[in-house]
Design a protein around this ligand. Structure first.
Ligand SMILES: NC(=O)c1ccc[n+]([C@@H]2O[C@H](COP(=O)([O-])OP(=O)(O)OC[C@H]3O[C@@H](n4cnc5c(N)ncnc54)[C@H](O)[C@@H]3O)[C@@H](O)[C@H]2O)c1
Ligand SMILES: [Zn+2]
Length: 469
């Protein structure tokens, strides 16, 4: 049961002091200093919509009603279950369904949520429920941050990225034009439910995306988790972290998955909670996120986030190895794991030009320092600040040659289903290719054009199978 009957009132402690009069002022000024407690919580509950469980419903008993928001895909899988759950608990649920996808992570979608909250007559302090991946919780969270300047929400995470990455943070927001997550706020939910049973219906490509984030945190911050990934990684991805496996193996896999995810979440919370507003810029969790923001959107059909950050991390591994920070065995252990789970380690657009351009771009957000988070050794983090352009481009050449030679089955180091599909985009990716080929976007070279066409066809058939399902 939640302790939400009496929601906490603000415990802001503030002091006001008079400041000396400045030359042009007509009298002394004032300075206000204050501190407010921040508290939010998590619980791990499997099958959260099991009618026998009141963990979620208890947050809505006071209101006897609930406004839930979810995207079309999540609604397709869990809409009826959500209705049955709340009905069994005597709570009247209204579900607002929206079209997901990164192209719909917009102010328009956010304002649509605001309208839904208004129509519903949301009472101050009454929480909104968001059921979905990182995208849904980002946009609903931002709507709640803005609605009446601050409203409550409860988060139920349904993707691996949502469970082990977005859930750890209190960042909410949306894209503006071509700028990813450009508008946003820091707004904590009242509570986050982490239910890994949702992975049962999650496409394997999305599981791989989340896996990349667990690789990220473990290889620079938690060796025991890294070792477990090496041992169980490919099986975990295929079985949705044990949630779809049966028989003797199921128990072991679910147990190990649970340890991996709990530890990854705890490590991220420990690292990020003292730096919630990201004032400190030496961030271990920024590993894999140095060159990837530029690379991710460069191909005509963008790379999936997990693949883009894995290319970034893989290059960092080569860089760390060339400096003697990790051994050859550690380097190959890292690469072998990614090759087995189907994550990308290189891409033809990741060339010297992009590398240096992306390095320049990241310096602007890191206060002029490189702060490349690399392992030294695996399981610990070191921030590189003195890499020259020559060192970076030479390491890139070494990286490309090594990946080509050791993993000849991967074309240019690209993994499985590396490009976004209609579900990720909220739009048919084939349209992007068509647009590019009509000269409305950047000109394409032959291989780019061919590759994108092939990917677009793959993606369209995947999207159709999702719709049919
Ligand atoms: N706030 C943060 O700190 C933070 C951290 C990481 C990512 N993010 C944001 O999160 C988004 C990426 O998150 P995501 O990968 O969860 O994307 P997402 O929410 O778009 O979900 C990915 C796809 O999976 C589908 N889906 C969700 N749950 C499902 C389930 N249980 N079964 C079947 N299909 C399901 C969705 O409909 C969607 O098509 C990005 O917009 C990113 O910016 C935010
Ligand atoms: Zn990420």
């Amino acid at each position: 049961m939640c302790d939400c009957a009496g929601l906490p009132s603000s415990d802001l402690v503030a002091s006001v002091r008079e400041t000396p009069q400045s030359v042009n002022a007509v009298g002394p000024g004032y300075e206000v200093k204050g501190y407010e407690k921040l508290a939010y919580s998590y619980s791990f509950v499997d099958d959260i919509f099991d009618v026998a469980k009141d963990d979620l419903s208890s947050y809505f008993q006071k209101w006897k009603r609930c406004l839930a928001i979810m995207d079309e895909t999540v609604y397709g899988h869990y809409g009826q279950k959500t209705k049955a759950y709340f009905a069994a608990h005597g709570i009247d649920v209204t579900i607002h369904v929206f079209k997901g996808g990164e192209l719909n992570k917009t102010m328009t979608t956010m304002l649509d949520f605001v309208d839904a909250m208004d129509r519903y007559g949301l009472i101050r302090k009454e929480p909104v429920l968001v059921v979905g991946g990182g995208l849904a919780s980002d946009v609903v969270g931002y709507a709640c941050a803005s609605y009446r300047r601050s409203s409550n929400f409860i988060r139920v995470s349904t993707t691996l990225i949502g469970l082990i990455d977005a859930a750890v943070s209190i960042k909410v927001g949306l894209n503006h034009g071509k700028l990813k997550n450009r508008l946003g706020a820091y707004h904590a939910p009242m509570h986050t439910f982490l239910d890994f049973d949702f992975l049962k219906t999650l496409p394997v490509e999305q599981v791989r995306n989340g896996f990349a984030e667990i690789v990220k945190i473990s290889h620079v911050a938690h060796k025991p988790t890294w070792d477990r990934l090496v041992k169980y990684g490919p099986e975990l991805v295929e079985t949705r972290f044990g949630r779809t496996s049966t028989g003797d193996r199921a128990v072991e896999l679910r147990q190990v998955a649970s340890v991996i995810c709990r530890d990854a979440i705890k490590v991220m919370l420990d690292l990020e909670s003292p730096n919630l507003h990201e004032i400190g810029l030496d961030r271990v969790i920024a590993s894999g996120h140095t060159w990837s923001p530029t690379l991710e959107l460069t191909p005509t059909v963008p790379l999936r986030h997990g693949h883009a950050i894995m290319i970034d991390m893989s290059f960092s591994i080569t860089l760390a190895h060339s400096r003697g920070y990790i051994t050859e065995r550690e380097r190959d252990e890292f690469f072998d794991l990614q090759s087995q789970v189907g994550l990308s380690m290189d891409h033809e657009d990741f060339d010297a030009k992009l590398l240096l351009k992306a390095t320049d771009a990241i310096l602007k957000t890191r206060d002029g320092k490189q702060r490349f988070a690399v392992p030294k050794p695996l399981g610990t983090c070191f921030f590189i600040n003195d890499a020259s352009d020559e060192e970076l481009t030479s390491a890139l050449a070494t990286h490309k040659a090594h990946i080509r030679e050791r993993y000849p089955h991967m074309v240019n180091g690209v993994g499985k289903s590396a490009f976004v599909d209609a579900g990720d985009l909220g739009h048919d990716p084939a349209e992007l290719v068509k647009k590019a080929m009509n000269g409305k976007s950047k000109p394409l070279n032959a291989s780019d054009s061919m590759r994108s066409k092939i990917k677009a066809i793959d993606n369209v058939s995947h999207a159709q199978s999702v719709v049919v399902a």
